[in-house]
Write a protein that binds this ligand. Structure first.
Ligand code: UD1
Length: 431
């Protein structure tokens, strides 16, 4: 297992390119199962989750290639993926493939919409509390599917095709909205999705589906209307920039000090977090090339944050923001409202000397002038990057273990940080 070694204390300077959003690329790739034609996606990040999803789609019959090369030929070449699911050869998504990544469960929607049946293993993914799929199944039932659970698999059937219907989510769910949107595109009639997730990744999926011939209005708002069509075509689509990667590096520079240009980033995808960073004392400006984030030698102001669905402060930046607050000049409160048990980074940050107390869904962080490097263990995708941020700002050496979590969601993390002046290296293999 690889490790990442960091010697902290260096301010970040220079240009850091932001890749395509993982959380948009995954549903966009899955949407390719809705059509016999070729879907070409540009600006796809080179991540282990993307490669894993290519395997899953391949199992259903999709011919998948990265910049013209098939899996195994040149896995890291290029950022263009072509997916052609001419025939669906298998409607089962097996446990071995799905258990590693929760988003792969979403294949249930296109498989069902296109073939009338799907058998998909209940999902795995990051260990951040129970993450049920009841609302995704409710959405499919409202479109006329029958759902049964058999030996750890969800078996969904709609032999006569899906029918347009009304889906009113009692809670905002990104995956539920993606699933409902994909299923509704091929349903017979009109579907109305109420209390839909407004995340930019939902709007990006809808934009691609519209290019494929879907009739969708309102994506990016809380009410989406879909008029079903009998078939969809291929399309070319560029994945939108990764706002979580953007926010992560913005938090890092706010913590270490320095001046970086997050090339290709957009403030409009992350206004809530940038407002918080401004309140903390960082200077954030949108330029033609991207987002520039600076913090000079002055202190880090403590700011309270509550995670919320978009446009609120994202749960996927909660751990990174907590790392930043461990060096603030005072006490801050960070409340997590999206996922239970998303505080696994707390005890690892404590190993760097951070003072954090948990009270229910709230972490109370007492800022310290200095953190000290230590060996730490990554527990999930976003938690692990908070340890990298902590390590960049800590005195001395931090060794982050189990970095495969990072490779699921952050492309070339150590290379990007190295180019911005960090002392960071990946150490391959077992210790
Ligand atoms: C997506 C993101 C993830 C992000 C999360 C919230 C991807 C690949 N992942 O995850 O990075 O942290 O949105 O912004 O895009 N819920 C239910 N029943 C369901 C579905 C969800 O109770 O059927 C609950 C969840 O447990 C959670 C909340 O709804 O408490 C939000 O989850 P959801 O938005 O669905 O998260 P994901 O789509 O899995």
């Amino acid at each position: 297992m690889d490790r990442i070694r960091i010697v902290g204390g260096k301010p970040l300077q220079g240009v850091l390119p932001i890749g395509g959003a993982k959380n948009a690329a995954l549903p966009l790739m899955i949407a390719s199962l809705l059509t016999r034609e070729t879907v070409t996606l540009h600006n796809v990040p080179r991540l282990s989750d993307v490669r894993q999803l290519m395997r899953i789609l391949g199992n259903h019959g999709a011919d998948a290639a990265i910049s013209g090369k098939r899996m195994g030929q040149a896995e890291d070449a290029g950022d263009t993926i072509t997916l052609s699911a001419r025939d669906i050869v298998d409607t089962t998504a097996p446990y071995e493939l799905v258990s590693r990544m929760r988003a792969s469960f979403w294949v249930i929607a296109p498989l069902l919409a296109r073939t009338g049946e799907a058998r998909v293993s209940l999902p795995g993914g990051c260990a951040i509390g129970t993450r049920p799929v009841d609302l995704l199944l409710m959405a499919l039932e409202n479109l006329g599917a029958s759902i049964e659970i058999e030996a750890g698999y969800v078996v969904a059937k709609a032999p006569k095709g899906l029918k347009g219907g009304r889906i009113d989510f009692p809670k905002v769910t990104v995956g539920g909205t993606h699933t409902a949107l994909m299923a509704a595109t091929l349903a017979d009639g009109t579907t109305v999705i109420e209390n839909a997730a407004q995340e930019p990744e939902v709007a990006d999926l809808a934009a691609c589906l519209i290019k494929m011939g879907a009739r969708i209005s309102g994506a990016g708002t809380s009410r989406i209307v879909v008029d079903g069509v009998p078939r969809l075509d291929g399309a070319h689509h560029a994945v939108l920039p990764d706002r979580i990667e953007t926010g992560t590096y913005a938090m890092a520079v706010a913590m270490t000090g320095g001046d970086i240009l997050l090339q290709g980033a957009r403030t409009d995808l992350l206004q809530s977090a940038f407002d918080v960073l401004s309140a903390v004392g960082a200077e954030v400006t949108q330029t033609e090339e991207g987002v520039r984030v600076r913090r000079d030698g002055r202190g880090i102001r403590p700011v309270d944050v509550t995670t919320e669905p978009f446009p609120g402060f994202p749960t996927d930046l909660q751990a990174q923001f907590m790392a930043l607050m461990t060096k603030a000049d005072g006490v801050s409160r960070i409340r997590e409202t999206i996922f239970e048990n998303r505080f696994m980074h707390v005890q690892e940050l404590a190993r760097l000397g951070a003072r954090i107390r948990l009270d229910g869904d709230t972490a109370i962080v007492e800022g310290m002038p200095t953190l000290k490097g230590a060996p730490v263990m990554a527990t999930d995708l976003r938690a692990s990057v908070s340890l990298v941020i902590g390590g960049l700002a800590a005195e001395g050496e931090t060794m982050v273990h189990r970095v495969y979590h990072l490779d699921r969601g952050f492309e070339a993390l150590e290379k990007k940080l190295l180019r911005c002046g960090a002392e960071i290296e990946r150490i391959s293999g077992e210790r």
